[in-house]
Design a protein around this ligand. Structure first.
Ligand SMILES: NC(=O)c1ccc[n+]([C@@H]2O[C@H](COP(=O)([O-])OP(=O)(O)OC[C@H]3O[C@@H](n4cnc5c(N)ncnc54)[C@H](OP(=O)(O)O)[C@@H]3O)[C@@H](O)[C@H]2O)c1
Length: 374
């Protein structure tokens, strides 16, 4: 039931500080360098950490500055729509990674890269392999899947093909609510590992606190998996503050993260405050971080995007980062994968953040009747 991320018709579904601080230091030059790539995307209406080993902060800044700023690079999509204009990197091979893309790095929090690829709705094997492969080549090091997405094998094959060390990767999957009794958790976690072709996952979530979820029984099994080394961290998803409190209380092992819907149209203020408390210390991971594209239509985000020569989707992702929240936007094609990745170079100021905080809407996309908040 919850393997599929239910969509309602009406829109309403650390030291994370170290991520904010790092980025602030990492990319003080803002996003002027993104302009060439992004300007075209705005023209079409915006539709269109472990820090991986790589250059240090200064080098990233310098390389990015040197690499870009011509204002000429545009996406392939724009090439189609605006005949005669240059593509994202004129003359480059289609699968070559532009330097400005390579120069960007995701900050991390407690070993989790604060930016990842979501894979919901990627149930076509070839498409999923291709998307994950493209993301890993782009620089993504965090991939989010679930047994309910029916794509763990494709995700695993893309990881196996990629030229990235396992230790650099952060792979998260989830156990579906109908499989959350003690024995089933143990069985299904091993099945997920088999499909992924991995010895361990970095994070295993309780997908929804429904179905067979019973806090002590379920989390005892998660603790056993952690003790056996099959999972690095225990996560929960779609938990309210009350459910999170219960999970923290009964779990023998720390609750590392709560994955919830979060974007500028659903700020999750209460959860943010709760997770940031020292005695909770839970990472927030935002799913549907661009509200499945709905952020494109929000005027405030459009204005801030224009100011930063970015897109509303990038501004939304940058806002989440400012909040110390990890974002896992799903993107199938190279254009969106790169556009989202380049949000790591969008440096919002306090005024931008305040304006987005003031949007004050409560619009959930993923809102099944059985959700704990209903
Ligand atoms: N724990 C849960 O219960 C739960 C629930 C929902 C989602 N999730 C996880 O969170 C991930 C992300 O959430 P989501 O898939 O619901 O929503 P999302 O990431 O907010 O939006 C994905 C949609 O936006 C499009 N898109 C991507 N980048 C874009 C851009 N720069 N501009 C315009 N459109 C863009 C994608 O199209 P293309 O694919 O064509 O690029 C796709 O249709 C999921 O994939 C999944 O891994 C978890």
């Amino acid at each position: 039931m919850f393997g599929e991320e239910t969509q309602t018709g009406d829109r309403e579904d650390d030291e994370s500080d170290d991520g904010r601080g790092l980025l602030g230091r990492l990319l003080p030059f803002g996003v002027a360098f993104l302009a060439g790539f992004l300007v075209g995307r705005r023209r079409d209406g915006g539709s269109g950490e472990l820090a991986p080993s790589g250059p240090d902060v200064e080098d990233v800044t310098r390389e990015a500055k040197n690499a870009v700023g011509t204002g000429e690079e545009e996406s392939e999509e724009d090439e189609e729509s605006e005949e005669g204009e240059e593509t994202i990197e004129a003359g480059a091979a289609a699968d070559e990674i532009p330097e400005e893309v390579e120069a960007v790095e995701a900050p991390s929090t407690h070993g989790m890269p604060m930016f990842g690829l979501g894979t919901y709705d990627m149930d076509d094997y070839d498409e999923c392999v291709e998307s994950v492969r493209t993301a890993l080549e782009t620089g993504y090091r965090h991939v989010d899947t679930a047994e309910g997405y029916h794509n763990e094998e494709a995700v695993g094959d893309a990881i196996a093909e990629a030229d990235v060390d396992r230790e650099e990767l952060f792979v998260a999957t989830k156990i579906s609510p109908e499989n959350l009794d003690y024995d089933q958790v143990l069985t299904n976690a091993e099945e997920s590992l088999d499909r992924l072709g991995l010895d361990y996952v970095d994070l295993l979530y309780v997908h929804w606190p429904t179905g067979d979820y019973e806090a002590t029984d379920t989390l005892d099994a998660f603790a056993e998996l952690r003790e056996e080394g099959l999972i690095e961290e225990i996560g929960v998803s779609n938990f309210t503050v009350e459910l999170l409190e219960e999970a923290i209380e009964v779990s023998e092992e720390p609750i590392f993260a709560n994955q919830v819907e979060m974007h500028p149209l659903l700020a999750q203020t209460e959860l943010q405050q709760f997770c940031a408390q020292d005695d909770a210390d839970v990472e927030l991971v935002a799913y549907s971080p661009i509200a499945r594209g709905a952020v494109d239509d929000v005027e405030v985000l459009q204005e801030i995007a224009e100011k930063h020569e970015a897109t509303p989707a990038q501004v939304s992702l940058a806002w989440l980062r400012e909040k110390g929240v990890t974002a896992i936007p799903k993107a199938a094609g190279e254009d969106h994968i790169r556009e989202n990745w380049l949000s790591l170079g969008v440096d919002l100021d306090d005024d931008d953040v305040d304006r987005i905080d003031d949007i004050d809407r409560e619009e959930r996309i993923v809102d099944p009747d059985a959700a704990p908040w209903n």
